[in-house]
Design a protein around this ligand. Structure first.
Ligand SMILES: [Zn+2]
Length: 311
Protein backbone atom coordinates (compact mmCIF):
# COMPACT_ATOMS: atom_id res chain seq x y z
CA UNK A 1 0.00 0.00 0.00
CA UNK A 2 1.33 3.42 -0.87
CA UNK A 3 1.70 5.82 1.98
CA UNK A 4 1.35 9.48 1.14
CA UNK A 5 4.59 11.08 1.98
CA UNK A 6 5.43 14.53 3.19
CA UNK A 7 8.37 15.77 1.18
CA UNK A 8 10.35 16.78 4.23
CA UNK A 9 10.07 13.27 5.61
CA UNK A 10 10.93 11.49 2.39
CA UNK A 11 13.65 8.88 2.42
CA UNK A 12 15.92 11.42 0.77
CA UNK A 13 15.28 14.06 3.42
CA UNK A 14 15.81 11.54 6.20
CA UNK A 15 19.33 10.76 5.08
CA UNK A 16 20.43 14.35 5.66
CA UNK A 17 22.74 14.49 8.60
CA UNK A 18 22.99 17.45 10.90
CA UNK A 19 26.67 17.88 10.05
CA UNK A 20 25.86 17.99 6.33
CA UNK A 21 23.13 20.53 6.89
CA UNK A 22 25.17 22.81 9.10
CA UNK A 23 27.93 22.93 6.50
CA UNK A 24 25.58 24.09 3.77
CA UNK A 25 25.78 27.61 2.45
CA UNK A 26 22.51 29.53 2.20
CA UNK A 27 22.40 28.75 -1.51
CA UNK A 28 22.96 25.03 -0.93
CA UNK A 29 20.29 24.89 1.74
CA UNK A 30 17.89 26.61 -0.60
CA UNK A 31 18.63 24.21 -3.45
CA UNK A 32 18.38 21.19 -1.16
CA UNK A 33 15.00 22.29 0.14
CA UNK A 34 13.86 22.97 -3.39
CA UNK A 35 15.00 19.58 -4.68
CA UNK A 36 13.29 17.81 -1.81
CA UNK A 37 10.07 19.62 -2.48
CA UNK A 38 10.09 19.38 -6.24
CA UNK A 39 12.27 16.42 -7.25
CA UNK A 40 10.70 16.60 -10.75
CA UNK A 41 11.27 20.34 -11.10
CA UNK A 42 9.46 23.35 -9.69
CA UNK A 43 5.70 23.51 -10.30
CA UNK A 44 3.31 26.31 -9.42
CA UNK A 45 1.82 25.83 -5.94
CA UNK A 46 -1.39 27.55 -7.08
CA UNK A 47 -2.15 25.80 -10.38
CA UNK A 48 0.58 23.09 -10.72
CA UNK A 49 1.78 24.64 -13.97
CA UNK A 50 5.34 23.40 -14.59
CA UNK A 51 6.48 26.57 -16.34
CA UNK A 52 7.72 29.04 -13.77
CA UNK A 53 10.21 31.90 -13.85
CA UNK A 54 12.78 32.27 -11.18
CA UNK A 55 13.20 35.77 -9.84
CA UNK A 56 14.82 37.19 -6.77
CA UNK A 57 13.68 39.99 -4.55
CA UNK A 58 16.16 42.82 -3.96
CA UNK A 59 16.87 41.12 -0.61
CA UNK A 60 18.06 38.03 -2.49
CA UNK A 61 15.02 35.97 -1.45
CA UNK A 62 14.06 33.47 -4.12
CA UNK A 63 10.60 33.74 -5.67
CA UNK A 64 8.96 31.96 -8.54
CA UNK A 65 6.37 33.40 -10.90
CA UNK A 66 3.95 31.09 -12.65
CA UNK A 67 3.63 31.53 -16.40
CA UNK A 68 0.00 30.41 -16.42
CA UNK A 69 -1.56 32.13 -13.41
CA UNK A 70 1.09 34.84 -12.92
CA UNK A 71 1.10 34.31 -9.16
CA UNK A 72 4.28 34.39 -7.09
CA UNK A 73 5.42 31.82 -4.58
CA UNK A 74 8.50 30.84 -2.59
CA UNK A 75 10.09 27.48 -1.77
CA UNK A 76 8.10 27.35 1.47
CA UNK A 77 4.74 28.61 0.10
CA UNK A 78 1.99 26.17 0.91
CA UNK A 79 4.19 24.15 3.26
CA UNK A 80 4.23 23.86 7.03
CA UNK A 81 7.06 26.36 7.05
CA UNK A 82 5.32 29.12 5.14
CA UNK A 83 5.24 32.43 7.01
CA UNK A 84 8.17 31.46 9.19
CA UNK A 85 11.21 33.55 8.68
CA UNK A 86 13.96 31.23 9.78
CA UNK A 87 16.80 30.37 7.42
CA UNK A 88 16.02 27.24 5.37
CA UNK A 89 19.06 25.61 6.91
CA UNK A 90 17.29 25.67 10.28
CA UNK A 91 14.30 23.80 8.88
CA UNK A 92 16.54 21.17 7.34
CA UNK A 93 18.53 20.91 10.57
CA UNK A 94 15.37 20.53 12.62
CA UNK A 95 14.32 17.64 10.42
CA UNK A 96 17.78 16.04 10.57
CA UNK A 97 17.75 16.23 14.36
CA UNK A 98 14.13 15.36 14.85
CA UNK A 99 13.68 12.31 12.66
CA UNK A 100 16.96 10.72 13.64
CA UNK A 101 16.25 10.84 17.34
CA UNK A 102 14.80 7.43 18.14
CA UNK A 103 12.94 8.44 21.27
CA UNK A 104 11.85 11.86 20.18
CA UNK A 105 13.34 15.22 20.84
CA UNK A 106 12.38 17.82 23.38
CA UNK A 107 11.96 21.37 22.17
CA UNK A 108 14.52 22.41 24.77
CA UNK A 109 17.18 20.05 23.40
CA UNK A 110 16.28 21.12 19.88
CA UNK A 111 16.70 24.79 20.77
CA UNK A 112 20.16 24.05 22.18
CA UNK A 113 21.19 22.13 19.05
CA UNK A 114 19.93 24.81 16.70
CA UNK A 115 20.97 27.77 18.79
CA UNK A 116 17.46 29.20 18.63
CA UNK A 117 14.94 30.45 21.15
CA UNK A 118 12.93 27.79 22.92
CA UNK A 119 9.76 29.13 21.34
CA UNK A 120 11.19 28.78 17.82
CA UNK A 121 12.31 25.21 18.49
CA UNK A 122 8.90 24.42 19.94
CA UNK A 123 7.17 25.62 16.78
CA UNK A 124 9.63 23.71 14.58
CA UNK A 125 9.12 20.50 16.56
CA UNK A 126 5.37 20.83 16.20
CA UNK A 127 5.71 21.48 12.49
CA UNK A 128 7.68 18.28 12.04
CA UNK A 129 5.10 16.38 14.12
CA UNK A 130 2.38 17.86 11.96
CA UNK A 131 4.14 16.50 8.89
CA UNK A 132 4.39 13.07 10.53
CA UNK A 133 0.70 13.18 11.37
CA UNK A 134 -0.26 13.98 7.77
CA UNK A 135 1.38 10.72 6.72
CA UNK A 136 -0.92 8.77 9.02
CA UNK A 137 -4.02 10.67 8.06
CA UNK A 138 -6.54 8.47 6.33
CA UNK A 139 -4.17 5.48 6.45
CA UNK A 140 -5.87 2.10 6.25
CA UNK A 141 -4.23 -1.05 7.50
CA UNK A 142 -4.77 -4.80 7.55
CA UNK A 143 -6.11 -7.02 4.79
CA UNK A 144 -6.34 -10.72 3.91
CA UNK A 145 -3.67 -12.70 5.72
CA UNK A 146 -2.77 -9.75 7.93
CA UNK A 147 -2.93 -9.70 11.71
CA UNK A 148 -3.60 -6.48 13.59
CA UNK A 149 -3.16 -6.11 17.34
CA UNK A 150 -5.50 -3.70 19.07
CA UNK A 151 -4.97 -2.29 22.54
CA UNK A 152 -5.62 0.82 24.61
CA UNK A 153 -3.67 2.73 27.23
CA UNK A 154 -5.49 5.09 29.57
CA UNK A 155 -3.74 8.25 30.60
CA UNK A 156 -4.33 11.55 32.35
CA UNK A 157 -7.20 12.67 34.49
CA UNK A 158 -5.47 11.59 37.67
CA UNK A 159 -7.25 12.73 40.82
CA UNK A 160 -5.45 12.35 44.11
CA UNK A 161 -7.53 10.02 46.27
CA UNK A 162 -9.03 11.55 49.38
CA UNK A 163 -7.09 10.86 52.54
CA UNK A 164 -9.94 9.32 54.50
CA UNK A 165 -11.49 6.21 53.10
CA UNK A 166 -15.04 7.44 53.75
CA UNK A 167 -14.36 10.46 51.48
CA UNK A 168 -13.12 8.38 48.56
CA UNK A 169 -15.22 7.98 45.47
CA UNK A 170 -15.43 5.38 42.78
CA UNK A 171 -13.26 6.83 40.00
CA UNK A 172 -14.73 4.46 37.48
CA UNK A 173 -17.96 6.44 37.55
CA UNK A 174 -18.12 9.32 35.07
CA UNK A 175 -19.46 11.71 37.73
CA UNK A 176 -16.30 11.21 39.78
CA UNK A 177 -13.89 11.88 36.94
CA UNK A 178 -12.46 15.22 35.88
CA UNK A 179 -13.06 14.62 32.17
CA UNK A 180 -9.35 14.65 31.34
CA UNK A 181 -8.92 10.93 31.20
CA UNK A 182 -8.19 9.69 27.70
CA UNK A 183 -7.16 6.48 26.05
CA UNK A 184 -4.60 6.06 23.33
CA UNK A 185 -5.73 3.20 21.13
CA UNK A 186 -3.35 1.56 18.73
CA UNK A 187 -4.03 -0.78 15.82
CA UNK A 188 -0.76 -2.37 14.86
CA UNK A 189 -0.05 -4.67 11.92
CA UNK A 190 2.34 -7.47 12.73
CA UNK A 191 5.49 -6.59 10.82
CA UNK A 192 3.77 -3.55 9.38
CA UNK A 193 2.28 -0.23 10.18
CA UNK A 194 1.16 1.39 13.39
CA UNK A 195 -1.97 3.49 13.63
CA UNK A 196 -2.78 5.34 16.87
CA UNK A 197 -5.69 7.58 17.89
CA UNK A 198 -7.02 9.14 21.07
CA UNK A 199 -10.50 8.65 22.53
CA UNK A 200 -12.38 9.15 25.76
CA UNK A 201 -13.05 5.44 26.08
CA UNK A 202 -11.94 2.26 24.31
CA UNK A 203 -15.54 1.62 23.29
CA UNK A 204 -15.49 4.83 21.25
CA UNK A 205 -12.50 3.48 19.34
CA UNK A 206 -14.45 0.55 17.89
CA UNK A 207 -16.01 2.57 15.05
CA UNK A 208 -12.59 4.00 14.20
CA UNK A 209 -11.06 0.52 14.07
CA UNK A 210 -13.89 -0.65 11.83
CA UNK A 211 -13.28 2.29 9.50
CA UNK A 212 -9.50 2.02 9.33
CA UNK A 213 -8.81 -1.70 9.47
CA UNK A 214 -9.80 -3.89 6.54
CA UNK A 215 -12.61 -6.33 7.51
CA UNK A 216 -10.68 -9.42 6.33
CA UNK A 217 -7.99 -8.80 8.97
CA UNK A 218 -7.39 -11.14 11.92
CA UNK A 219 -7.63 -9.06 15.10
CA UNK A 220 -5.88 -9.71 18.42
CA UNK A 221 -7.30 -8.00 21.48
CA UNK A 222 -7.31 -8.41 25.23
CA UNK A 223 -10.32 -9.36 27.34
CA UNK A 224 -11.60 -5.77 27.83
CA UNK A 225 -15.37 -5.77 27.10
CA UNK A 226 -14.89 -2.67 24.91
CA UNK A 227 -13.61 -4.94 22.16
CA UNK A 228 -16.65 -7.23 22.10
CA UNK A 229 -18.17 -5.18 19.31
CA UNK A 230 -15.24 -6.02 17.03
CA UNK A 231 -16.47 -9.61 16.73
CA UNK A 232 -19.32 -8.76 14.36
CA UNK A 233 -16.87 -7.41 11.80
CA UNK A 234 -13.57 -9.23 12.21
CA UNK A 235 -12.21 -12.60 13.15
CA UNK A 236 -11.02 -11.78 16.68
CA UNK A 237 -8.74 -13.70 19.05
CA UNK A 238 -9.00 -12.61 22.68
CA UNK A 239 -6.21 -12.96 25.22
CA UNK A 240 -7.18 -12.86 28.86
CA UNK A 241 -4.19 -11.10 30.34
CA UNK A 242 -5.19 -12.04 33.85
CA UNK A 243 -4.47 -15.64 32.79
CA UNK A 244 -1.74 -15.46 30.15
CA UNK A 245 0.04 -13.09 27.77
CA UNK A 246 0.43 -15.44 24.85
CA UNK A 247 -1.59 -18.53 24.01
CA UNK A 248 1.32 -20.12 22.15
CA UNK A 249 -0.70 -20.11 18.92
CA UNK A 250 0.01 -16.55 17.87
CA UNK A 251 -2.55 -15.03 20.21
CA UNK A 252 -0.89 -12.04 21.87
CA UNK A 253 -0.86 -8.25 21.78
CA UNK A 254 2.81 -7.75 22.62
CA UNK A 255 3.46 -5.47 19.64
CA UNK A 256 0.70 -3.10 20.68
CA UNK A 257 2.00 -3.13 24.23
CA UNK A 258 5.57 -2.47 23.20
CA UNK A 259 4.30 0.56 21.32
CA UNK A 260 2.79 1.87 24.55
CA UNK A 261 5.87 1.17 26.62
CA UNK A 262 8.00 3.10 24.15
CA UNK A 263 5.44 5.86 24.05
CA UNK A 264 5.66 6.15 27.82
CA UNK A 265 9.43 6.10 27.92
CA UNK A 266 9.94 8.14 24.80
CA UNK A 267 9.27 11.72 23.83
CA UNK A 268 6.91 11.90 26.72
CA UNK A 269 8.93 11.94 29.89
CA UNK A 270 6.02 13.66 31.55
CA UNK A 271 3.37 11.71 29.82
CA UNK A 272 0.52 12.31 32.23
CA UNK A 273 0.73 16.05 31.62
CA UNK A 274 0.17 15.61 27.92
CA UNK A 275 -3.44 15.62 26.86
CA UNK A 276 -5.78 16.54 24.08
CA UNK A 277 -4.31 17.52 20.70
CA UNK A 278 -0.75 17.06 21.93
CA UNK A 279 -1.36 13.51 23.04
CA UNK A 280 -2.46 12.41 19.60
CA UNK A 281 0.49 14.22 18.00
CA UNK A 282 2.93 12.45 20.28
CA UNK A 283 1.27 9.12 19.65
CA UNK A 284 1.48 9.69 15.90
CA UNK A 285 5.09 10.80 16.12
CA UNK A 286 5.88 7.68 18.07
CA UNK A 287 4.11 5.49 15.49
CA UNK A 288 5.92 7.23 12.67
CA UNK A 289 9.30 6.57 14.28
CA UNK A 290 8.42 3.03 15.20
CA UNK A 291 7.51 2.11 11.63
CA UNK A 292 10.73 3.54 10.28
CA UNK A 293 13.25 2.27 12.79
CA UNK A 294 12.72 -1.49 12.70
CA UNK A 295 12.56 -4.13 9.98
CA UNK A 296 9.03 -2.95 9.19
CA UNK A 297 10.46 0.06 7.40
CA UNK A 298 8.22 1.15 4.56
CA UNK A 299 10.79 2.61 2.24
CA UNK A 300 14.55 2.28 2.31
CA UNK A 301 16.61 5.44 2.66
CA UNK A 302 18.42 6.37 -0.51
CA UNK A 303 22.12 6.60 0.09
CA UNK A 304 24.44 9.10 -1.41
CA UNK A 305 22.27 12.15 -0.95
CA UNK A 306 24.56 15.09 -0.53
CA UNK A 307 24.95 18.73 -1.33
CA UNK A 308 26.31 17.62 -4.68
CA UNK A 309 22.72 17.07 -5.80
CA UNK A 310 22.06 20.62 -4.89
CA UNK A 311 24.62 22.30 -7.08
ZN1 LIG B 1 0.12 28.96 -11.47
Amino acid sequence: MIMPQHFLLSAKARTLSLVQVMRMSDAEAETTFRNLRWPEGVACVHCQCPTVYECRRPTGALRFRCKACRKDFSVTSGTLFAFHKMPLRSYLAAIAIFVNEVKGKSALALSRDLGTQYRTAYVLAHKVREAMATELKGMHIGGAGETVEVDGMYTGGYIKPANHKENRRDRRLAKNQNGKREVVVVARERGGRTLPAVFKTEAQAVAWIKARVSSDTAIMADEAPSWNDLHGRFSVTRIDHSRLYSDGKGGYTNNAESFFSRLRRGAIGHYHHIAGPYLVRYAMESAWREDRSGPGISDSPLSGFSCANAA
